[in-house]
Design a protein around this ligand. Structure first.
Ligand code: ADP
Ligand code: MG
Length: 579
C-alpha cells in the first residue's frame, strides 16, 4: 500500500488529493506516477475504475510551473464526457496550485468559444481527437511547447475509428524534443502496440493485472430466466432491488434502444446510451442519469467505457458480454469507493449458462445462483403491500368526506363486508409480471407418458407447431397440457400426446384439416432418432410452439396475469350480492 506522501509529488497536490478523500494510491497510481515523474514514456494497462486519471493527471499538473500561452500538456480522450471528467478531476488536483489553466475542447460545442479560450492561453488541453485536429488545422492550437502527451482510453479511441486522427496529432508534435508520451489503455490490441512502437521511446510498461480491486466489493448473482422473459424478469428485479442508480448492459445498440423503450413503457425511468448517439444527446442522457432523473442507464460496453459515475448500486448484465474481460469492466462499475455493490446477470438457455460458467472460470469469480420469485410469491407480495398501504391509510384517521360517503352507502343497506370487498376490488389490482416459463411444453411432457404420433403434414405445407397445437385442441377439446413435444419436419410432424388421450386424438384428427391440408395420423413407428439432433430441434420448437399457443388459444395463464385476480374477486362480490 502506497500513501500519496510516499510518492514524488508536491505537498499542494497531496493536500488536494487527501481532500478528495483518497487515502492511498491505487496500484496503477503507485507504479505509474513515479515512472512518469522520472520522465519516462509510460504504457499503462489497467481496467476501468482503477484510478488512471490521477495516475497521469497528477504528473501532468506537476509539470506545469508557470502560466503558459501554448499547451505544455495534451490529453486526448475518446469522448466529450471523458474530456469533461478528466478536466474536472485535474482541476481538483490543482486546487492548491495557482494559475493552472485547463482547456477542454471537443466536438459538438461552438468552435469559436473554444478558440477564445485557447487564445487566452492554457497549460493543459484536454480534448477529443477530432476537435483537436480541427484546432490544429485552424492553427488555433499549437504544440511547439508541448512536453507531454497523454492518450487516455487509447484502445477505445482506436475502436471508435480515431486511429488516423491520433497518428496525425502525434506526428504534429515537435520533432526536435519529442514530448514524453503516456498511453493508458484497458486492453492491449496490436494497434496499440503499433502506436507504442512508433511513438514511444523505451516505454515503461505498467500493468495492473488483478481485477480484484474492482469487484471484491460486489455481490455477484445470476438468474435463470425462461426464454423470452428477460425484459419481464428485468422489471421484477428492478422492483426487487430498487436501486438508486442502476446500469444495465446490452450487447447491441438495438437492444439498448428496445430495452429503454420497453422499460419506459412500463413506467421505469431509463435512458439509453450508445455509440450512434450525437454528442448533445449523450450529454443529456448522462446528465439525466447522474442527477438521478433517470436512475437507470442502459448502455453498450463501448458507449459506457470510461464513464465514471460513483454511486451505482446495481449493475445488470442483460446479456453476458461477448468478451469475458468486459464482465469485469461492467461489474466494476458498482461497489466503488468502499461501498457495497450488486451485480446481476440474466441468462436464458443452456448456451448462456455455459457462457456464464466460462466467465466464472476466466475471471476467477463466483457468481451465485438466485431464484426468480414465483407468480405466487409475486402475488403474495402485491397483497402484502396492498394491506400495508391500507393499514397506513387507516392510521391517518377518518376523513370527513369519506365518512359521509360511507354512511350514504350503508344507508343503501349494503353489508359492511360487501362494501369493503367492493372497495378493495376497485383498488386492488393483483397484476404480476409474467416471468413464468411459458415454454410449458417441455415441463408438461415430463408429466405424462407420451405417445409419439406421426402426422402427414409438415413444413412444406406451411405448417408450424402452433397450427398443430391449435388444431388438436380445437378438434379434440383436450388441454394444451396433454400435448408434449412437437417436431415439424418437412413432410410430416411428430407430436407427443398424453397416452391417456391418444385414442381420442387419433380418432378426431384423422381426416381433420390443418391449414387446408387433410391429416392422416398414426402412432409413430420410426426408429429413435439421434439424440443430439432431437435435442437441438426441441430447443427451437418448444419456444415458438409456446408462443403460438399463447397467441392462438389466448392462454389462460396470461388471463390470470393480466388482472385475472381482479376478475376473480369481482366474481366473489357478485356471488355475495346474489345471496
Ligand atoms: P479509470 O480511469 O481507471 O477508470 P478513474 O480515474 O476514473 O479510473 O477513477 C475511478 C474512481 O476512483 C473515481 O471516482 C476516482 O475519484 C476514484 N479514485 C481514483 N483514485 C483513487 C484513490 N487513490 N483512492 C480512492 N479513490 C480513488
Ligand atoms: Mg479513465
Amino acid at each position: 500500500m502506497t500513501k500519496f506522501n510516499e510518492l514524488p509529488i508536491s505537498p499542494m497536490i497531496i493536500r488536494a488529493v487527501e481532500e478528495m478523500g483518497y487515502e492511498e494510491a491505487t496500484p496503477i497510481q503507485a507504479s505509474a506516477i513515479p515512472a512518469i515523474m522520472e520522465g519516462h514514456d509510460v504504457l499503462g494497462l489497467s481496467n476501468t475504475g482503477t484510478g488512471k486519471t490521477a495516475a497521469f493527471g497528477i504528473p501532468a499538473i506537476e509539470l506545469i510551473q508557470e502560466s503558459h500561452r501554448h499547451p505544455k500538456v495534451l490529453i486526448i480522450c475518446p469522448t466529450r464526457e471523458l474530456v469533461e471528467q478528466v478536466a474536472t478531476e485535474l482541476r481538483k488536483f490543482s486546487k492548491y496550485k495557482e494559475g493552472i489553466k485547463i482547456a477542454p475542447v471537443y466536438g459538438g460545442q461552438p468552435i469559436d468559444r473554444q478558440i477564445q479560450l485557447l487564445k487566452r492561453g492554457c497549460a493543459i488541453v484536454v480534448g477529443t481527437p477530432g476537435r483537436i485536429m480541427d484546432h490544429l488545422r485552424r492553427r488555433t492550437l499549437r504544440f511547439h511547447e508541448c512536453d507531454m502527451v497523454i492518450l487516455d482510453e487509447a484502445d477505445e479511441m482506436l475502436n471508435m475509428g480515431f486511429k488516423e486522427d491520433i497518428e496525425e496529432i502525434l506526428k504534429a508534435l515537435p520533432d526536435d524534443k519529442h514530448p514524453q508520451t503516456i498511453l493508458f489503455s484497458a486492453t492491449m490490441p496490436d494497434a496499440i502496440l503499433k502506436i507504442t512502437k512508433e511513438f514511444q521511446t523505451d516505454p515503461i510498461k505498467v500493468q495492473i493485472k488483478s481485477a480484484q480491486r474492482t469487484i471484491d466489493t460486489v455481490a455477484q448473482m445470476y438468474y435463470e430466466v425462461p426464454r423470452g422473459k428477460k425484459v419481464n424478469a428485468l422489471r421484477v428485479l428492478l422492483n426487487h432491488y430498487d436501486p438508486e442508480l442502476c446500469m444495465i448492459f446490452c450487447n447491441t445498440k438495438r437492444m439498448v434502444d428496445e430495452l429503454s423503450e420497453e422499460l419506459n413503457h412500463h413506467g421505469l425511468k431509463a435512458v439509453g446510451l450508445h455509440g450512434d448517439m450525437k454528442q448533445a444527446q449523450r450529454d443529456r442522457v448522462m446528465g439525466q442519469f447522474r442527477d438521478g432523473k433517470c436512475p437507470i442507464l442502459i448502455a453498450t460496453d463501448v458507449a459506457a467505457r470510461g464513464i465514471d459515475v460513483d454511486n451505482i448500486s446495481l449493475v445488470i448484465n442483460f446479456d453476458l458480454p461477448q468478451d469475458h474481460e468486459y464482465y469485469i469492466h461492467r461489474v466494476g462499475r458498482t461497489g466503488r469507493a468502499g461501498k457495497k455493490g450488486k451485480a446481476v446477470t440474466l441468462i436464458s438457455g443452456k448456451k448462456q449458462f455455459r457462457d456464464l460458467k466460462e466467465v466464472m472460470r476466466d475471471t476467477k469469480t463466483n457468481i451465485a445462483k438466485r431464484l426468480l420469485p414465483t407468480t405466487q410469491q409475486l402475488e403474495a407480495a402485491n397483497r402484502k403491500n396492498f394491506i400495508i398501504e391500507v393499514l397506513s391509510a387507516c392510521n391517518e384517521g377518518v376523513n370527513q368526506d369519506s365518512l359521509e360517503i360511507a354512511n350514504d352507502l350503508l344507508a343503501e343497506g349494503i353489508a359492511v363486508e360487501n362494501l369493503i370487498s367492493a372497495l378493495i376490488s376497485m383498488n386492488y389490482h393483483n397484476e404480476v409480471i409474467d416471468i413464468e416459463d411459458s415454454d410449458a411444453v417441455r415441463r408438461y411432457s415430463r408429466e405424462f407418458d407420451a405417445v409419439k404420433l406421426n402426422l402427414n403434414v409438415g413444413k412444406t405445407h406451411g405448417i408450424q407447431t402452433g397450427n398443430i397445437v391449435a388444431s388438436i385442441i380445437e378438434e379434440t377439446g383436450i388441454s394444451a397440457g396433454a400435448i408434449g413435444r412437437i417436431d415439424v419436419r418437412s413432410n410430416f410432424s411428430l407430436v407427443d400426446v398424453d397416452a391417456a388421450k391418444v385414442d381420442l386424438v387419433l380418432e378426431k384428427m384423422q381426416g381433420a384439416h390443418i391449414r387446408g391440408q387433410e391429416v392422416t395420423i398414426q402412432i409413430d413407428e420410426a426408429p429413435k432418432r439421434k439424440k443430439a439432433q432431437e435435442k437441438k430441434n426441441t430447443a427451437k420448437r418448444g419456444h415458438s410452439q409456446a408462443r403460438h399457443r399463447d397467441a392462438n388459444s389466448k392462454s389462460r395463464k396470461n388471463d390470470r396475469h393480466r388482472g385475472g385476480s381482479q376478475a376473480k374477486s369481482s366474481r366473489r362480490i357478485s356471488n355475495r350480492k346474489k345471496r
